[in-house]
Design a protein around this ligand. Sequence first.
Ligand SMILES: N[C@@H](CCC(=O)N[C@@H](CS)C(=O)NCC(=O)O)C(=O)O
Length: 254
Amino acid sequence: MESGPPYQFTVYNHEAGVNLFKILITLNELDLTEYLLDFGKEEHKEEWYTKMMPNGRIPMIIDHWNNDKIVWESNAIIKYIASRYDTEKRLVVTDPDEETDMDTWLFFQASHQGPYFGQLQWFSFYHEEPVPSAVVRYAKETRRILGVLDNVLKDREWLVGGKITIADISFIKCNEYASKHLLGATFDFAAEFPHAARWHAQMMERPCVKRVFKFKAEQDCGRERQHVTGETVSAFAERMGCGIEVGGVVQVAV
Ligand SMILES: N[C@@H](CCC(=O)N[C@@H](CS)C(=O)NCC(=O)O)C(=O)O
């Protein structure tokens, strides 16, 4: 079974990629090993990469211990990892109806939280000219999505099955980003969405989650500060010497 490199997965990411977090957290929770490759120069648009990942985006993984199986779309990735390697069912449910519910939340995350939060980020920080109506629309949608989660989490601790699953994990990074940057300095997560905030805070306290956030913060070379200082992407790229390539193995052992 175990041939090839001394780690199981190669994980392709962009230095600013948010969808990476759920993958690293899932791998860490399951004590699996990976080599992380952070692009910084649009390598994900190059032919060698798009041959493997037709959408030309990140993240993507290669499972070296399963015939170099390629998987992309972050929620398909965490589902693949869990369905193959979570033998003790630590991060998944087993009842078929609950599994459908888990998939529903994974699809909701990928079709609602990811795109709406992503558009708010785009129109807030990256779009060429200011489009206030787009910022207003996507800020409203971002709040609406948080409201959906808040409402559901009023009377349950986790989204599905009374325990943390990959569905919960899939929401962590975008919620963290929204609560810190996207909805402005005055946004108070706990005051506006107390149940979603409680759920989020509980996940942020998990040792594996803390470890992944710490690891990425150390690798990020100021990306997070970009939003705090209001620095533009091009000024950031210039200051950093046009792109950063960072590779490293996340330590899974405590
Ligand atoms: N639904 C996809 C989203 C993939 C995606 O949009 N990735 C972004 C970064 S998180 C990306 O590749 N951006 C760079 C680009 O568009 O060139 C997933 O969950 O994997």
